[in-house]
Design a protein around this ligand. Structure first.
Ligand SMILES: Cc1cc2nc3c(=O)[nH]c(=O)nc-3n(C[C@H](O)[C@H](O)[C@H](O)COP(=O)(O)OP(=O)(O)OC[C@H]3O[C@@H](n4cnc5c(N)ncnc54)[C@H](O)[C@@H]3O)c2cc1C
Length: 490
């Protein structure tokens, strides 16, 4: 058994914010991550961070925009905490050396994204904000933090509602049992449950599934944001074409050159993401090809180096001004129920970032609020740990008798998810997919804990996808009315 004070699962913005903040307190911290350190959605984030830092802005306005985007089912206290704490936390982050892009006068430049009432998005390296933030957080980490790569968390060690760490297996097949006073779940979202996604390959809903098996309360799982514009060639998605491209004048057209958002919504191409995603999807289902026409976007290569790189890697020349796109799963508003400080219903287990549901995003996330959530709530969680002593109980790990039989492949799960709990859902069909998932339950009753020695990491990943998919489908079947990202046809 390996003992540590604080154990963090994942290496995205949520995990690294907690780790870098706790360095100030000289605590022993272990970060365990499934792939390489930078394999996470945080490194891929192209848009930016929304924060009320400009002279015209206020946290009250940011609060209002966040609530409207979330259809007012957000947790208003959590939203208030996020937006009011954000300016100070971002200023402190800048003091550590983080550089955000400047305007011609040398002041921080503020960009615009859909549903923000004014320019409030800050960027770093143009469309490389996420990567720059991750790199700065890694620079802020001291030798008190050890990062272990290529090791997958399999099961949380929980007994009588108290967490004492996690069991993992690395890529060499070695199983490790960690005993930790504080265990932080920072495993990100669920994008890989869908066939087309902007998410990193490691993002398979493991956190939600492990939390479920450990007895955690989960919340708002039905709300999944689809991004309307993934670079898509022959039905395969190859990365995100940021909303900022439409903000800079990009227009969605079909193969006849007709503007598809015309007459659909007053904000046309900058309508809320769910509206645009549904429209693109409807055309896509009819067999039409949809493109982002970028003729009106000046200095495309300079403004969008990442998008340019992704396009050119896949044979699309941005100078032709037509980028083929289709929607893909992008962000999960739901997750493990947690307070802004990351506290869950399991003592000693915390959740931060996209795996957590603090309620700040409600039924739909306001663009660029999630990197912010990782940084701000990561700091609050670190402060909580620093000021609340805990000694985890010693527990004996029980060996589960369950193993899994034949499992579907990932593509099967992804197809089912897209068809039944994707952009458009049909109430009478959701029960079908719930039954489809349930055939894979080991005891035909529940997605129980598995025998770790007899289950490979690959099987665990598929099992986690099945468990999380099932939980999402059940949540979707319980919400009878359309709201935000949950669009249901009766
Ligand atoms: C292409 C793209 C663009 C985006 N653009 C923006 C933007 O401009 N602004 C914005 O605010 N948000 C944006 N988002 C959303 C935002 O990036 C994410 O919500 C945020 O980065 C999530 O951070 P996180 O730390 O919670 O998770 P991630 O950064 O996804 O990190 C999760 C980590 O957990 C690890 N992990 C997962 N399972 C396990 C396991 N079983 N064991 C061990 N480790 C595990 C993963 O490998 C990864 O390291 C974007 C997302 C994508 C995909």
């Amino acid at each position: 058994m390996i003992k540590t004070d604080i154990l963090i699962i994942g290496s995205g913005i949520g995990a690294l914010s907690v780790a870098s903040e706790l360095c100030k307190y000289k605590r022993k911290i272990l970060v365990i991550t499934k792939g390489l350190t930078k394999s996470c959605n945080s490194s891929l984030a192209q848009g930016g961070i929304s924060v009320a830092l400009s002279d015209e802005d206020s946290y009250e306005l940011h609060y209002k925009d966040t609530m409207i985007a979330g259809c007012n089912i957000n947790d208003s206290d959590a939203v208030l905490k996020l937006v009011s704490t954000a300016p100070e936390v971002i200023r402190e982050f800048i003091d550590t050396g983080m550089v955000f892009d400047k305007d011609e006068n040398g002041n921080i430049a503020f960009g615009r994204e859909g549903a923000h009432s004014l320019n409030r998005i800050i960027h770093a390296g143009g469309d490389r904000t996420g990567l720059r933030v991750v790199e700065q957080l890694l620079r802020n980490i001291t030798t008190d933090v050890t990062i272990i790569q290529n090791e997958m968390a399999l099961e949380l060690r929980v007994k009588d509602g108290k967490c004492s760490g996690v069991i993992t297996r690395n890529d060499d097949g070695e199983i490790h049992v960690y005993h930790a006073n504080y265990t932080v779940l920072a495993t990100g979202g669920i994008g890989q449950l869908y066939p087309s996604t902007s998410n990193d390959i490691t993002i398979t809903g493991d956190g939600i599934s492990m939390a479920y098996r450990a007895g955690c309360r989960l919340k708002n799982l039905e709300f999944i944001q689809f991004h309307p514009t993934m670079l898509t060639i022959d039905g395969h998605a190859y990365g995100l074409v940021s909303e900022a491209v439409r903000g800079a004048g990009g227009i969605l057209v079909n193969d006849k050159g007709e503007k598809i958002m015309e007459g659909v919504h007053p904000q046309k191409d900058l309508a809320p993401r769910d509206v645009v995603a549904r429209e693109v999807y409807a055309h896509y289902l009819k067999g039409e090809k949809i493109y982002l026409d970028t003729r009106a976007v000046k200095d495309f290569r300079k403004k969008f180096p990442t998008v340019t790189e992704i396009c050119e890697e896949h044979g699309v020349n941005v100078d032709d001004k037509l980028i083929p796109v289709a929607p893909g799963a992008h962000f999960h508003m739901g997750g493990v129920e947690a307070t802004p400080e990351g506290i869950t219903n399991i003592e000693g287990l915390f959740a931060v970032g996209e795996v957590a549901c603090t309620g700040v995003h409600g039924a739909n996330r306001l663009a660029s609020n999630s990197l912010l959530e990782g940084i701000v709530f990561g700091k609050l969680l670190a402060d909580y740990i620093a000021h609340n002593e805990r000694t985890a109980p010693e527990i004996t790990d029980e060996i589960s008798p369950y193993t899994v039989g034949s499992l579907p492949d990932k593509a099967d799960i992804q197809r089912q998810m897209m068809e039944f709990v994707g952009i458009v859902r049909h109430s009478e069909q959701i029960d079908e997919i719930i039954k489809w998932f349930e055939q894979y339950m080991p005891d035909h009753k529940d997605f129980v804990k598995l025998n770790i020695e007899k289950t490979t990491n690959d099987k665990f990943e598929i099992y986690n996808m099945l468990t999380t998919g099932w939980l999402i489908a059940k949540a979707a079947s319980e919400r009878k009315e359309s709201i935000g990202a949950h669009y249901i046809v009766k």
